[in-house]
Design a protein around this ligand. Structure first.
Ligand SMILES: Nc1ncnc2c1ncn2[C@@H]1O[C@H](COP(=O)(O)OP(=O)(O)O)[C@@H](O)[C@H]1O
Ligand SMILES: [Mg+2]
Length: 371
């Protein structure tokens, strides 16, 4: 490397490193106008103090669902002080008690007692407070599928959606966020009869959209001309494989750090390739380490064959575990929404709808990490 191309030890390529944090909410949020407009429309009654429509945002990971809901929250706050907003990350708060505590804390400003108080008592105080304040509450239940695993989804939804029956004058609406919209068929009758949400799809981003969004982040986050055109294109290609923009944000940061590590003033394709390999294996090992033994068995069985029908997979699974179809079905749903396996209908088969299961990860990747 020529000296003029070398980065001095006190220099950096990053103009603004916040831009590459995952919780950074970008000003420029393109390619989601239709989705944002539908959410705005659903929440509009809140501007006049009414109860908004409920929403279901669905689509694969990294398609802007969480960010879109937070964008709308910011907008609401500009227009009105009638609305209180809370986002609950159900992956972290995965029980009814944790969810209600999170909401309570946000509305009341203090956390409820951590023990000795029932869900219903906390909910009671919350609903009365809302009536007192004369405020509308909009709750985002992000990654709500996590509430299903221990059977807490129904009670949370039931309480929030039917609050106005038990507490006349209270106004609560829910924005539920999931990867797989089929999740909502898991609600019991009491919930599904009142949860008739605006369904808003977030499709995978296409190459040109990804390229556009990455270009904007590059302009804001790096000093001018740091990222080469080839490096940018390669990032957009990698991200297109999954359509998951989270991968893109992570790639930008890691590629920049790689370039700094070798004291280069430019981020080039080598930096991106290295970053991609590292972030992918980190991502896979994180995902796999969160799986239970039964889930690990399934991922092994799926990765062994290029693709397998749900029926064949069940037979193999059952032969090794003796577990029945209901349990198998539950585990599969969880793995599909965690994006560990994909399930597409083949259109073939005697019953017309055979599900074809494929592993998202390669066999070698699974083998290496599940030893
Ligand atoms: N349309 C967009 N414009 C700019 N950045 C986006 C857009 N969509 C997603 N992102 C970025 O991609 C990352 C993942 O988005 P997120 O909202 O968390 O996706 P999801 O909730 O669907 O998994 C975030 O860092 C977010 O800022
Ligand atoms: Mg999200």
């Amino acid at each position: 490397m020529k000296e003029k191309d070398m980065l001095m030890w006190d220099e950096t390529l990053f103009k603004e490193s916040d831009i590459f944090e995952l919780d950074y909410l970008p000003d420029y949020f393109p390619h989601r106008d239709a989705q944002l407009n539908t959410i705005r429309f659903a929440l509009k009654p809140a501007l006049r103090g009414g109860r908004p429509l409920n929403c279901l945002l669905f689509g694969p990971p990294g398609t802007g669902k969480t960010s879109a809901s937070l964008k709308i929250f910011d907008e609401l706050k500009e227009y009105t002080d009638k609305v209180l907003t809370v986002k609950v990350n159900c992956q972290i708060d995965s029980t009814r008690f944790a969810v209600i505590s999170r909401i309570y804390k946000s509305v009341m400003g203090v956390a409820p007692p951590a023990s000795g108080v029932s869900f219903n008592r906390i909910f009671d105080k919350l609903a009365k407070k809302l009536i007192d304040l004369d405020k509308v509450l909009v709750v985002v239940l992000d990654d709500i599928n996590y509430l299903f695993y221990e059977g807490h989804a129904d009670e949370v939804m039931y309480s929030l959606l039917r609050a106005h029956e038990q507490y006349p004058g209270s106004k609560i609406s829910v924005i539920a966020i999931v990867n797989d919209p089929e999740v909502i068929y898991g609600f019991d009758q009491r919930v599904s009869s009142v949860f008739l949400p605006e369904e808003i799809e977030f499709p995978r981003y296409e190459f040109s959209e990804i390229d556009d969004i990455l270009a904007d982040r590059i302009r804001r986050g790096f000093f001018p001309n740091v990222v080469t055109a080839g490096a940018q294109k390669m990032m957009a290609e990698f991200v297109s494989e999954s359509g998951d923009l989270r991968v893109g944000v992570d790639l930008l940061k890691r590629s920049g750090l790689n370039a700094e590590k070798r004291a280069s003033k430019k981020v080039d394709e080598e930096d991106v390739k290295k970053a991609y390999t590292a972030s992918r294996s980190l991502y896979i090992s994180k995902t796999l380490s969160n799986l239970t033994d039964h889930e690990k068995l399934i991922i092994r069985l799926v990765a062994e064959s290029k693709e397998i029908t749900a029926g064949d997979l069940y037979e193999k699974f059952n032969a090794q575990t003796n577990l029945g179809y209901t349990r198998f079905y539950e585990i599969m749903n969880k793995m599909i929404s965690a994006n560990v396996v994909t399930a597409d209908f083949s259109g073939k088969g005697s019953k017309g709808r055979t599900r074809i299961i494929r592993s998202v990860f390669k066999k070698e990747e699974v083998d290496a990490l599940l030893k």
